[in-house]
Design a protein around this ligand. Structure first.
Ligand SMILES: [Mg+2]
Length: 121
């Protein structure tokens, strides 16, 4: 994950995007609102892909196809586009993590251990 965050940071710098000073309130405020808007849009696009899977499964099932086979085919049909939407989400999460100087891998490990402790497993 560290490599992913670093890769994204390099990409962002190469593109000349979002040179935000984390110490500056006004530019940070605009940045955070903008990235929040973009991230939530991408999450909605993931949901649209799920909707496509469900509708496509229904359509295929109505032609007589077995429901599970239809579901597998529907998932395959959106595989490329769903992957792109998940990548969009990851890009914005990396952008936010880099802005706040988080290591997402450390945060994920910490969160999973917290959950493990909560469920005592
Ligand atoms: Mg997208």
């Amino acid at each position: 994950m560290k490599n992913v965050q670093a890769y994204y940071q390099t990409f962002q710098e190469e593109m000349g995007w979002d040179k935000v000073d984390p110490q500056d309130f006004q530019s940070s405020k605009e940045f955070l609102l903008y990235i929040h808007m973009l991230l939530t849009t991408e999450v909605a696009e993931v949901a649209e892909e799920f909707r496509t899977i469900l509708y496509r499964t229904k359509d295929l099932t109505e032609t007589g196809m077995d429901q599970n086979a239809a579901f597998i085919q529907a998932k395959q049909e959106v595989r490329e586009s769903l992957g792109k939407e998940l990548a969009d989400c990851l890009a914005y999460l990396c952008k936010l993590a880099n802005y706040f100087d988080y290591d997402l891998e450390d945060e994920l490990r910490s969160k999973l251990e917290e959950i493990r402790g909560k469920y005592k497993k």
